[in-house]
Structure formats: structure tokens, C-alpha cells
Design a protein. Structure first.
Length: 582
């Protein structure tokens, strides 16, 4: 196996949470005084790098400290270090996991004196590193290994020669290596304004729900003879910022006359022409209502430049053109649904919907059971929010609120039924909400009451759920005939990840069991209710280590919340009106 000979900084102790340079300087002094006559070498090689279209980076290789055994898991804490090439910018890191590769021992020590079999590295859970949250910048990739003996750091990690770029979260993400230096980029789109370029829009029109555009965008003094020598993007940015920004990749056209138009007649600039892929237009049905500034961005290497168009895009919902008459939404569900209507997580939702009442973290079995009256002292020990949740679960007052509100949409997710199950009380059922109910003073009186869920009494639980779904269907048919029922078909994910955090895998067996139960409940709900189903669980989606509510199996990365509203609107069949404002 080929290897990279590297010089490494060696230090003792753990990570202080300071910048990489500060932590290294301090630990190097301590380690040097402890082992003056001993030198160790960090030996590493990254032999595979893949940057996916969703902005997730995968890499595989090995990293060992020569002379120190790596014969089992848990001996090292590995990190990919991203050093900002802007001296005033911050550095960042992502964890790397250890995997077993017995061939490393022979490759690195043919005599077999040291066992390096657990020196292979990959991303946590082999799920990749989500670069979408990386702050804008240009980063040199390095690596560090923390062992009991010290911290070993490499500032410049070599990777196979490659040049991969993709678009994610309104930024051009790049992974580039010449075989000697590996660099990561996050370049915001739009980029800098450019005047030293020839720009001509030859088409900008809308036909039904498709946007057709093409034109020349040619920086002066450069050749663009090959496909991919220049990359183009279209950005649609909400004028009032409430709908955010949507950026899509454009294709290149072939125009041999480009150099004539620019005056650079001796150059080949034939591929400096933007167009929609296959000239088939861009589907606008996922674009939320609003007015949008349009811009064309070009990227050549790590240079990103933009020209703003004079025209704007207008998107209208003919049913709801007035903010006082937005679609009304009520919710039976948990944070997997309600977080989409939280301004800190989904900042533009208030321009799309009007929220009515919510039956939060509570089971459909509880909702369609008889109301329960308890003394006020029962709720002692609960904070204001938890008291409201438990009170509404016992009173079933949400049903009356539905009748009064007559929402356009009833959004449902079955997280609470999946996660909590129910508790029997007074010939009725309440949600066995383990996160809130045990804090109530009266909970101790419920210790002997029967608990039923999908794990301990599967047949009884599903019989209850099926019957209560039928009761809900009857209630809605009789009392809310014009309300559209939508099922948010979410799932638990298997790990959380993020920048400057070790991340963590959740219990695979527990998550698998819950998701199997969730799928079965969804199937029953669909069979009974025939709802519109919304699925925003993009492939590879994980939880966010820095989520507002902390890491958890349903506290997702930004991509989930970015797509939910457009998927819901598209599923509802809202016929948008699109126009170009000139």
C-alpha cells in the first residue's frame, strides 16, 4: 500500500476546545519535555475522496502513529482538520471513525512487530461529512490523532488528485487536490459582481410552470474550450428575504461565435454559454410564492462571479394572494412537524401558512379516547409548556378546537404513537409521554396503571390504533369535510453530525425497531385516512448536532426543513402563477 511520508506535530493531552494551533503549541511543549529522545511519525494516506451532490464528503484511508499499536477500537480519536487560509478566519474540524483493515499491519510493518489493523479511517458511520454548514472559505485539509501518549497533527493531508464540485445550500462546494495538497471550498452563490465580462441574455421566458433562459456570460481574457471549464448557476433570491433563496445548476451550451462577440477572437470561448439542461427549462413548482431577484453566477476554479438580471420572477398562489388569507394549518404531531413552523428553524413559514391549534407529542389513541379530569395538583412539578401539553392530552380539547377553527390542512405525524404508546386510566387512554408526564406530581399515582405500546403489547396496541384512526376519520368526515389531511411520513435517523463536534451514532437496534413500528403505523393511517403523504426524508439525511433542541433522532439537518414546505405545497396541488417582471 502506498503511503505519504509526513512531518507531524506531536503533543500530549486531550483537546482543550481552543484553536488547533493553540492546543498544539501547549501540548508540544509538555510532550517534548516528557519524551525528549523519542520521535514518532504520523503516517497517513487518504486513498478515496467523493463529494456527493448533496454536499456530503466521503473519504477513506488510514492514519497511524508509527511505533504505536492500533490493534483495537478506542485507542485513538481522529479528526479531519480544516485550516482556514484566511489568517483572520476560524479553523474547523470533523470527526473520523476507525475501521478495521488487517492488511495495514503487513503494509506498514512487513515484519509484523506492530499491529496496525485498526488504523483505517473513514467518516462517522461511513455517512460522510456534511459540508453545507461549513462557513464560507478556502480550507487546507489536515489530520490529527489523539492517543493516550499525545496528540499528533499533520497540517497538510495528501489525497488522490481530483477536482470535484457540487452545489448545496446556495454555495459551490469544492474538493480539490493536486496529489500534494488537499483543499476544501465553500463559496457562496451569488458571488462577487463582475464588470470585465461579456454578458448577453438571449432567452428569459416562462411557459406554464417552466422557466427557460440562456445567454452568454464570458469573462474577458480567458479560454473556455471544454465542457466544465466554466460552471453556471441561477439564483432566485426572495426580494423581502422571507422565502429565502433557491440556487440551481445550469448547463453549458456550445456557441463558437462567443469569441467574436467578446472581441477575443484568438481565444476559444465556445463553452461560455449558459442554458437550462437540454434546453428543457427549469421546473418552478417547488418555488414558494413571492418576488425573486434573478442572477447568473459563473465559477472558474475558485473564482465565483455574478451578473444580476434586470428582470424579476413573480410567483403567486391565486387562492391565497393576501397574507390575511393564507392556508390555515392544525397539527397532530411532534417536533418533526411543528419545527417546520418555528421561525428560528424555518424562518419564512409565516409568509406561507397560518397556524391554528396543535395537539403536541400526543397519541391519536389518546385524542380519540374519553377526556380525563384530574385535580390541579396533579400537574404540580411541570413547567408551563409541559403542563399545557399534558393538560391538552388529558382533556382532548383539541377536537373542539378543530371544529371551531375548520383548518384548511390537518398535518399529522405519528412520532408520539411510535415513541410513547399509551397509558390506561379511568376506562380511557392518555399518552405515556415519558419526557413530560413523569415530572407531574400525580404521576406516582399512575405507577400501577397499564401501559400499552408497539413493543410490549403489539397486537393490542395496533388494534387500538386501528380503531382510533377509524374514529378520527368519522369525526373529520362529519365535522371537517373540507379539511385536507396530510401525513408527514418522517423517520428516526441513525446518527447526528456537525462541525466541531464528535457527533454520535444512536442505538441502531432501537432506531430500527422504532422505524419499523413507525412504518407500520403509517401504513395503517394511510389505509384508514387516505391522506396526502409528505416525505421530506432525503437520502443520507442525518440529525444535526447543533440543532436548536439539541441532538436527537428527529432533530434533523437543515435540508429537511428546507424542502418540507415546497413538498407540502406541491403535494397539495397548489396551481401557482408564474411571470417575469420586466
Amino acid at each position: 500500500m502506498p503511503s505519504s511520508n509526513t512531518s507531524a506535530t506531536v503533543g500530549a493531552g486531550g483537546d482543550s476546545g481552543q484553536s488547533n494551533s493553540d492546543a498544539t503549541d501547549t501540548s508540544t511543549d509538555r510532550y517534548s519535555s516528557k519524551r525528549e529522545n523519542e520521535t514518532k511519525q504520523l503516517k497517513c494516506e487518504i486513498n478515496e475522496v467523493r463529494l456527493m451532490k448533496n454536499g456530503v464528503l466521503h473519504c477513506n484511508g488510514y492514519a497511524v502513529v508509527l511505533g504505536h499499536s492500533s490493534d483495537r477500537y478506542g485507542l485513538t480519536k481522529n479528526r479531519l482538520i480544516l485550516t482556514n487560509e484566511d489568517a483572520e478566519g476560524d479553523d474547523y474540524w470533523y470527526p473520523l471513525a476507525t475501521i478495521k483493515n488487517p492488511s495495514l499491519t503487513h503494509a506498514l510493518d512487513p515484519a509484523g512487530r506492530i499491529d496496525y489493523s485498526h488504523g483505517a479511517v473513514t467518516t462517522l458511520g461511513e455517512a460522510g461529512i456534511n459540508l453545507s454548514s461549513l462557513p464560507p472559505g478556502k480550507y487546507t485539509v489536515g489530520l490529527s490523532i489523539e492517543r493516550a501518549e499525545g496528540v499528533y497533527s499533520l497540517q497538510n493531508l495528501q489525497a488522490p488528485e481530483h477536482m470535484n464540485w457540487t452545489l448545496a445550500e446556495n454555495a459551490a462546494l469544492g474538493s480539490v487536490s493536486d496529489g500534494k495538497k488537499w483543499t476544501l471550498y465553500r463559496l457562496p452563490v451569488p458571488g462577487r459582481s463582475i464588470s470585465d465580462a461579456y454578458f448577453e441574455s438571449t432567452q428569459l421566458e416562462i411557459e406554464k410552470s417552466k422557466l427557460y433562459l440562456q445567454g452568454y456570460f464570458v469573462p474577458h481574457g480567458k479560454d473556455f474550450p471544454a465542457w466544465g471549464s466554466i460552471q453556471y448557476y441561477l439564483s432566485m433570491a426572495s426580494v423581502d428575504k422571507r422565502q429565502g433563496q433557491v440556487t440551481v445548476e445550469l448547463a453549458n451550451g456550445n456557441r463558437p461565435n462567443a469569441q467574436v462577440l467578446t472581441g477575443d477572437s484568438w481565444r476559444d470561448q465556445s463553452k461560455a454559454y449558459y442554458a437550462t439542461p437540454k434546453y428543457e427549462g427549469l421546473d418552478l413548482t417547488n418555488i414558494l410564492p413571492g418576488n425573486y431577484v434573478l442572477s447568473i453566477t459563473g465559477r472558474v476554479g475558485d473564482d465565483v462571479f455574478t451578473r444580476y438580471l434586470d428582470e424579476k420572477l413573480n410567483v403567486k398562489d391565486p387562492q391565497y394572494q393576501n397574507e390575511d388569507k393564507l392556508p390555515t394549518v392544525s397539527i397532530i404531531g411532534s417536533c418533526v412537524t411543528r419545527d417546520n413552523f418555528n421561525g428560528e428553524i424555518s424562518p419564512f413559514w409565516k409568509s406561507l401558512w397560518q397556524i391554528e391549534s396543535t395537539f403536541y407529542q400526543s397519541s391519536i389513541i389518546s385524542l380519540m379516547s374519553e377526556s380525563i379530569e384530574v385535580s390541579e395538583q396533579f400537574y404540580d412539578g411541570l413547567n408551563v409548556h409541559d403542563k399545557e401539553v399534558v393538560t391538552r392530552d388529558l382533556s382532548k380539547s383539541f377536537l373542539g378546537e378543530l371544529v371551531t377553527d375548520q383548518p384548511d390542512i390537518l398535518l399529522v405525524d405519528l412520532f408520539a404513537d411510535t415513541r410513547f404508546g399509551v397509558l390506561e386510566i379511568e376506562n380511557s387512554w392518555i399518552t405515556n409521554n415519558e419526557w413530560k408526564l413523569p415530572n407531574a406530581n400525580g404521576y406516582q399515582d399512575l405507577n400501577s396503571h397499564r401501559r400499552v405500546n408497539g413493543q410490549n403489547a403489539e397486537d393490542e396496541f395496533f388494534s387500538l390504533f386501528k380503531n382510533k384512526c377509524a374514529a378520527l376519520r368519522l369525526f373529520l368526515d362529519e365535522n371537517l369535510p373540507n379539511t385536507v389531511v396530510c401525513l408527514n411520513s418522517a423517520r428516526n435517523v441513525y446518527m447526528h453530525r456537525g462541525i466541531n463536534t464528535n457527533g454520535q451514532k444512536f442505538s441502531y437496534e432501537h432506531i430500527l425497531q422504532l422505524n419499523q413500528l413507525w412504518s407500520r403505523l403509517d401504513e395503517q393511517f394511510i389505509q384508514t385516512m387516505n391522506p396526502l403523504t409528505v416525505d421530506s426524508m432525503a437520502p443520507g439525511l442525518q440529525a444535526d448536532s447543533h440543532h436548536r433542541w439539541g441532538p436527537g433522532p428527529v432533530h434533523y439537518e437543515k435540508a429537511y426543513y428546507s424542502s418540507f414546505h415546497s413538498r407540502l405545497r406541491k403535494g397539495l396541488g397548489r396551481e401557482m402563477m408564474f411571470s417575469i417582471i420586466r
